[in-house]
Design a protein around this ligand. Sequence first.
Ligand SMILES: *[C@@H]1O[C@H](CO)[C@@H](O)[C@H](O)[C@H]1NC(C)=O
Ligand SMILES: *[C@@H]1O[C@H](CO)[C@@H](O)[C@H](O)[C@H]1NC(C)=O
Ligand SMILES: *[C@@H]1O[C@H](CO)[C@@H](O)[C@H](O)[C@H]1NC(C)=O
Ligand SMILES: *[C@@H]1O[C@H](CO)[C@@H](O)[C@H](O)[C@H]1NC(C)=O
Ligand SMILES: *[C@@H]1O[C@H](CO)[C@@H](O)[C@H](O)[C@H]1NC(C)=O
Ligand SMILES: *[C@@H]1O[C@H](CO)[C@@H](O)[C@H](O)[C@H]1NC(C)=O
Ligand SMILES: *[C@@H]1O[C@H](CO)[C@@H](O)[C@H](O)[C@H]1NC(C)=O
Ligand SMILES: *[C@@H]1O[C@H](CO)[C@@H](O)[C@H](O)[C@H]1NC(C)=O
Ligand SMILES: *[C@@H]1O[C@H](CO)[C@@H](O)[C@H](O)[C@H]1NC(C)=O
Ligand SMILES: *[C@@H]1O[C@H](CO)[C@@H](O)[C@H](O)[C@H]1NC(C)=O
Length: 464
Amino acid sequence: MAVQNKATRCMITKAVAAILLLAPFLVVPTCGQQSTACVTTYDPTEDYFLDKSQVDGGALFSITYNLNYKVVKNTSLNTTYILTQCGTPTPNATIVPRTNTTIFIQIPVTNLASLATTAVSYIEMLGKQAAIKAVDTEGLVSSPCVQAGLEKGTIVGLEDSNSTLRAEQMTKVDVVFSSYGVDPGTENKTVITSEVEDSSPLNRAEWLEFYATFFNAEKVAQTLTASINNNYNCYKSAATTKATAKPIIAWASYDAPSSYNNNTASWLLSSATYKSILSTDAGATFFNGTDSSSFSTSAAFATAVQTVDILIDESVSGSTYDAFLENYQLSTTAAPGSTLKFIQNKAVFREDGLVNPNDGRDWFGGAVAMDDAVLQDLVRAVHPELFTISQYNWIRNIAKNETMQLLTSANCTAADTTTPVPDRALSCASLKAGGGSGSGNSANGLASGILTLALGLLAALAIL
Ligand SMILES: *[C@@H]1O[C@H](CO)[C@@H](O)[C@H](O)[C@H]1NC(C)=O
Ligand SMILES: *[C@@H]1O[C@H](CO)[C@@H](O)[C@H](O)[C@H]1NC(C)=O
Ligand SMILES: *[C@@H]1O[C@H](CO)[C@@H](O)[C@H](O)[C@H]1NC(C)=O
Ligand SMILES: *[C@@H]1O[C@H](CO)[C@@H](O)[C@H](O)[C@H]1NC(C)=O
Ligand SMILES: *[C@@H]1O[C@H](CO)[C@@H](O)[C@H](O)[C@H]1NC(C)=O
Ligand SMILES: *[C@@H]1O[C@H](CO)[C@@H](O)[C@H](O)[C@H]1NC(C)=O
Ligand SMILES: *[C@@H]1O[C@H](CO)[C@@H](O)[C@H](O)[C@H]1NC(C)=O
Ligand SMILES: *[C@@H]1O[C@H](CO)[C@@H](O)[C@H](O)[C@H]1NC(C)=O
Ligand SMILES: *[C@@H]1O[C@H](CO)[C@@H](O)[C@H](O)[C@H]1NC(C)=O
Ligand SMILES: *[C@@H]1O[C@H](CO)[C@@H](O)[C@H](O)[C@H]1NC(C)=O
């Protein structure tokens, strides 16, 4: 029976792969069996993890596979997660010494809390939303289906003020995903992840493989990361080899006076490495100031950014163009005549193109994992001549009145909680096939639809 199942699964996987080939940037998955349910009859000679991930040397974690358990190590913190296939024995103390930095988790995980908005997005892309039972800062979650779960009560918001109640909520989950600085790991089931600190866009996507180990979803993660890598590199290659000029881009923010900054306003230019890489890969020149990247007057800021062609405003507040002009003290009447190039170019963008009703930005959710879609947004901003893409995800042009796209529970259209949330990227290859600078929007929609369908089928296979 097992053999038959394996063979059937393999056949269907290959059929799906054939569909996937229509999207030429994807890899063809190899056939393998992955345990998605608890083992009922343990066989100590069986390998329960046929799909294995290879982690890049640069990552802050390593994965070693044994027959019935995986060892995931945090190489910078010495924390070890022992992920044991449920229904098989946890390795004993002779094999894995019990220390206070060793955390034991039964997989596949079906019951978890997420303290960070990023974890939700990674888990949903793997088609494992059903495992999310509790979320923190629930008001900021942009995922439509998690918003729907919160409304229905299938997902709870973690209590902030009543610590007794919060502790009770925590006892009901098997794993808590958190990010560094959010929760130091007070629970002996807390997994700290740092995709947000990862300085390379493609490494951020690679974290899908870290999350996947907890769900035996390695195959889905590998398909996703391969697709994101290929699509990212296609956009990068188009932007860096075809574009003749390299516009100057800066990522700026206005820090309003508050109790956190001694009531002193400042204007800042970001030096974040991943923004610098994204800017370069989009065919721009990254600018973070000449002598300084922090300014105490708007006039000093304006002087510093004279050469900047495109500005991305990352300020917390001020979502309209008028509010932007006010924050940077560029009066509305003076603005049209301003000598600042990004004003003349009408090239002022914000990262709040996808938000929930409380301004919970998907920039801190989906955008962390979907790095090909982020680069697509940036290429659209930097080199609009390369692809005539009208739609945007996170990066919208406020100088051209592009609106925020609201994500509410009504936008949850997934068939069920095991349907993977698709990457928002358009296929760069099909854009090019659509004819040079032509749009080929219907082709994109089709490719994207096929990708979604194929990934959905792959996820469905995981539960066969
Ligand atoms: C991790 O372990 C290594 C070797 O056992 C040790 O040298 C290092 O100090 C440890 N790091 C931390 C953060 O505990
Ligand atoms: C631990 O497991 C190993 C391998 O299964 C076995 O050889 C050993 O006897 C076990 N040790 C203890 C203390 O149970
Ligand atoms: C683990 O135990 C050692 C002493 O055995 C202690 O120094 C360390 O602080 C403990 N770490 C944690 C995370 O509890
Ligand atoms: C906190 O939660 C506990 C457990 O649900 C409850 O018994 C207690 O009344 C709550 N305290 C307050 C101040 O609401
Ligand atoms: C976590 O700690 C509690 C109490 O300290 C203990 O009862 C429980 O078994 C531990 N859980 C795991 C997974 O180690
Ligand atoms: C490992 O520890 C570092 C330092 O605390 C943290 O930033 C990172 O998120 C941890 N990574 C994993 C995979 O647990
Ligand atoms: C805060 O501002 C006051 C008044 O401008 C100044 O005297 C003080 O040194 C400032 N403190 C810090 C920490 O910058
Ligand atoms: C710009 O960023 C680079 C690299 O992150 C950094 O070395 C440099 O000091 C930054 N420039 C300014 C003016 O802050
Ligand atoms: C943007 O909207 C404002 C007010 O809604 C309007 O005054 C302005 O002309 C619009 N600009 C463009 C470029 O459409
Ligand atoms: C969300 O759903 C509304 C209709 O309910 C639709 O108009 C809107 O375009 C959707 N937003 C996104 C970002 O898909």
